[in-house]
Design a protein around this ligand. Sequence first.
Ligand code: 6PG
Length: 466
Amino acid sequence: MAEPRIGIYGLGTMGAALALNMAESGIDIAVSNRSEGAIAEFMARAEPFADRVTAQATLEALIAALPTPRLLLAMIPSTAPMDGFLEQVIPLLAPGDTVIDAGNADFHATRARSTRLAEHGLHFVGLGVSGGEEGARHGPSMMFGGSEESWAGLKPILSRIAAQFDGAPCADRMGPDGAGHFVKTVHNGIEYADMQMIAEIYDLLRHGAGLAPAAIGQQFARWNDGPLESYLFEITGKVLSYDDPLGGGPMVDAILDRAGQKGTGRWTAIEAVTLGQSATMIEGAVAARAWSAEKALREVAGGALGSERAGFAPDMEELEAALLAARILEYAQGFRILAAASEEYGWQLDFARIAEIWRAGCIIRARLLDDISGAFRESPPEGQLFLAPRFAPVLARGIPALRRLVSEAIAAGYPLPVLGAALGFWDTLRQPRGTAALIQAQRDFFGRHGFDRVDGRDAHHGPWWD
Ligand code: 6PG
């Protein structure tokens, strides 16, 4: 048996899927897990690739089995367990070795861990992995953050197991330390916005137009044959076609309307605000999930305030144009956060490349990403996607459609935290003179905070207190 090229610690759903992907891709691996039961279970699944997989009963044995410089990938929770793990492995590793955190981590933690490991001459990699279990098993999109040296070691492995788009792997180095985990976090923020946008349209078609879930699913499947083609549209079409095996009726009706969240969407919103940005579509999606959790309150409020809504007559072509415009704006917001972080942390993120590696394998893969990468390569005015010439005709048609959709839906009583936010963003940024003069006047009035004058004259307070 050949020497393992990489060690994988943590054989839960994602760790096992990545390990099996590597073994199937012809990469020799060594694996271990905290509980031995999971190792035996994994080895049974890895049977077809048994000649490429060695199991080690302990972390110490796993590390000892790896050739130096070692590549040790940990798929364990990126919170306290990761810190505990690092404390355990630091004394067992040698300078030049690399530890990879392939979970969804807060990039601040990744930056701190990189610094901590660098004190020992070790590399720490924050690897964003997208695509769920299926992606990890058969080809995820991967966002690497770490040193050039550790990328050189990992690139051949990651390129081999990544999703491929037009023959090129959807894996690349985003930048140093937390860059990979940050890009993955923003990926998830966009994922939240796209999912919520879909849910808003579903609500309108279901309750406003009175369509059955299966019919709405067919509509999503039709849209998925056009410019809105994307993984999330595809699975929405499928999900809505299922009936509840336990009770009959549409499966979606049997599911409690309370969305979970592990935190990455929230992190995106927090980081956007911290960076002086605002990703209102992503924030809207995070808010919608939080409000969804307040089920008991909504029951009370619905009874007290009334939950009736008017009808909505959909024009599917108009909706398609509106959704495409909204999707451009949601990606535009995501990339603006990436741009702000790149500037703040000196990462020099390559936006076209990021769009490219999101074209396959990840949850937000979408036909639109091809155009987005093209738009970035053409250097859009001010670096803004929504100003890219190639999107001008799509937006010229889509924004009026979105405006009609949002105004009719809001008039009929439907909440649109994401689609409504798209218009707020668009309409704010296209105003050369906005509303902030009044905000500044108010600030100066109550706190003498001062303002700049449009004529540039050196007078920074109003006459309120003269
Ligand atoms: C991916 C997903 C993946 C996972 C999220 C879900 O890219 O593969 O984003 O990371 O599905 O953890 O996040 P929530 O639980 O917050 O919805």
